[in-house]
Design a protein around this ligand. Sequence first.
Ligand SMILES: Cc1ncc(COP(=O)(O)O)c(C=O)c1O
Length: 402
Amino acid sequence: MDTQTAVEQSDRYLISTYRRAPVAFAGGQGVWLTDVEGRRYLDFVAGIAVCALGHNHPALTAAIRAQAARLLHVSNLYVIPEQTALARWLVEHSALDRAFFCNSGAEANEAAIKLARRYWHRKDVARFEIVVAQQSFHGRTLGTLAATAQPKYHQGFAPLPPGFVPVPFDDLDALRAAITPATAAIMLEVVQGEGGYRFPSPSYLPMVRRVCDEQGLLLILDEVQTGVGRTGRWFAYEHFSITPDIMTLAKGLGGGVPIGALLATEPVASAFQPGDHGSTFGGNPLACAAALAVVETIERDGLVSRAAEIGGYLVERLRALTERMPAITDVRGLGLMVAVDLSVDAAQVITAARDRGLLVNAVQPKTLRFAPPLIVTHQEVDQAVDILDGALAAVVQPAAAG
Ligand SMILES: Cc1ncc(COP(=O)(O)O)c(C=O)c1O
């Protein structure tokens, strides 16, 4: 199939919830994707921070093949050893005690919200409000949409579930002022992802933790995008020497196989009892065998410290570009979660980069996101930065000249 046919068929049959670029991929290897016409692209989107091991990684492919040949799915009515093994791995590598599995980031956050409310309900305390941050992104279900304090995502979906109190991110006074006797939890991304790769100041999260401790509130950290090594630590909360009461994961965890996870400390986790929550597919043998292969491979190959190191190199290379490219107004990153602010619309730069063989996307209209697989090499970073250089020159310099 050629690109034009792929685009036409897609436009004809799919509900148009996405603004799709006119490119269709047929295969991938490592950090590279190949489209249906054989063109190759460096993939610095990675399924939006999902494909931690890149494409067609032998360890992940082998685990999926072996599990598919053994057992794809059984119900959570029965014990699932692959699920237990993944839970154990996550518990042993984090500050949390127990896990629940689902199929996406939104579902993990939905479960987190329910768990926080259930926790207080079990204590017979009327606490149900959750303080959230402006510019947050927690998902597209009605509950997680309500937690997502960005009005543009809410439009036309009213009424949303009540009980979410938005405050500016990285503003401790505002957070303190929002707490009432009805507050159950504070829910934050460690680094705001879809909000524009916004990093908190170093003291913010430790102070939020302290406020939670003083007031007996639960701290829910959404690590759907930041978790599983992306920021150069297994979990981004480690950068701030704090631990959450509840943490959610998805994206990188399955390396491309859909899976989400809710983790909680023992006293919080025990608020869920049989029947309180569930998911038909959540934690099935295939998804858990895949996720276990992902985390074990990341660990075996030292990809977490590698993400820290190579992310630093990417930021360095991009900053060097700034000297020649005034259209770049800021470069920031933590591990392989890197953003570039532009003085021009990101859309045209993204198209120009894609035409030259680099996939990047925008987290905000003028902010490019770089979230390559954790296996990316220095050479591939160099290639990506060179392509971006050419793309920016093509977009910006004619505009500047004109
Ligand atoms: C921080 C964060 N939370 C939740 C989600 C929602 O995850 P999903 O699309 O898997 O439902 C996302 C997706 O971008 C995210 O970045």
